[in-house]
Design a protein around this ligand. Structure first.
Ligand SMILES: C[S@@+](CC[C@H](N)C(=O)[O-])C[C@H]1O[C@@H](n2cnc3c(N)ncnc32)[C@H](O)[C@@H]1O
Length: 294
């Protein structure tokens, strides 16, 4: 597990540490839960994260009126509601932190370097296909739409942007297109004025044109690309792989490679890289970033 990842998870739970009470997650049950989570999502929690998993799942035990984690684990294996509970578990343990225009320099490079090149290549088909894998509540694919729409080369083209996420509630939030102040913390004044309407304090409605230009669906990216999708020109999977174990990372890279046109682009988050693994992708510089090409 990377130091970045441990820090991110610890920071997310730091406030709940003080005065923590309730049942403790023993080592054996933790291993069972860890395997269930890894099988269902690719996310890998190591022993250092046991306390984090405990704190995140405690509300589920309370909701189900269970006294201990062993009972909770059994309910996930054998309970009548096991499938739905697995979803709630994933909702509880995933980190879905995101915001509009995150890693702005990379989005600008997408607009200024990648899209013009894709436009030249696709001049005949006049199509662009972009996948935001692990899109959380939609801020990433909608930001992509804002940046890509401003490129004159693809004005009037068939541009499809699809976002996918494992967690159903994140997908619902993305579809709703309503956001709090924090989600807009990195947008410029111009973007705020152009793409958002303030409906009430701390409630921003995303512009309808942007919302309609993106489709969002629930999907485990390890199961493959969005259903019925055509090969992609660009795939962004940012701040997702850093939570995955080695095998899941390899599988994700395989999925991206198989879902992409020759010459396609794979953009990861700043804290992520494929340099430590064998991959069919070619690392290239894009602005200040290292990105990958098929
Ligand atoms: C930290 S957020 C990153 C969101 C966005 N890409 C960004 O960089 O702002 C990670 C997202 O990946 C999703 N995720 C984790 N495992 C996944 C999987 N196997 N398939 C699809 N989404 C996954 C989580 O539900 C979460 O919403």
């Amino acid at each position: 597990m990377s130091g970045d990842r441990i820090d991110a998870l610890r920071a997310a739970l730091a406030r709940s540490r003080e005065g923590a009470t309730g049942p403790r997650l023993d080592a054996e049950t933790f291993l069972g839960l860890r395997d269930l989570i890894a099988d269902a999502s690719g996310i890998d929690f190591d022993e250092n994260s046991r306390y984090i998993v405990e704190r995140r799942l405690l509300p589920r035990l309370r909701a189900l009126r269970l006294d201990d984690f062993a009972s909770y684990y059994r309910s996930l294996l054998f309970g009548e509601d096991a499938e739905a509970e697995l979803e709630r578990l994933l909702e509880a343990v995933t980190i879905r932190e995101t915001y509009f225009c995150r890693e702005r320099a990379q989005l600008e490079a997408l607009r200024d370097n990648v899209i013009p090149e894709v436009a030249l290549k696709n001049a005949e088909s006049r199509r662009v296909r972009i996948w935001s894998a692990g899109c959380a509540s939609g801020e990433e694919p909608y930001s992509i739409a804002m940046y890509v729409a401003s490129r004159p080369e693809v004005a009037g083209w068939d541009v499809q942007i699809v976002g996918t996420d494992l967690v159903a509630s994140a997908v619902e939030a993305a579809r709703a297109g309503m956001y709090r102040d924090g989600a807009l913390r990195a947008v410029t004044d111009e973007q705020r004025a152009r793409y958002f309407t303030c409906d009430a304090p701390n409630a921003w409605r995303l512009d309808e044109t942007v919302r309609r230009s993106v489709s969002v669906e629930r999907r485990n990216l390890l199961d493959g690309p969005p259903q019925g999708s055509e090969p992609f020109d660009v795939i962004l999977c940012r701040n997702v792989l850093l939570y995955f174990g080695e095998a899941a990372r390899r599988r994700a890279v395989e999925v991206f490679h198989d879902s992409m046109l020759a010459g396609g682009w794979l953009l990861l988050g700043h804290a992520e890289s494929l340099l430590s693994m064998r991959t069919p992708f070619r690392p290239v510089h894009l602005g200040r970033d290292l990105v990958y090409r098929r």
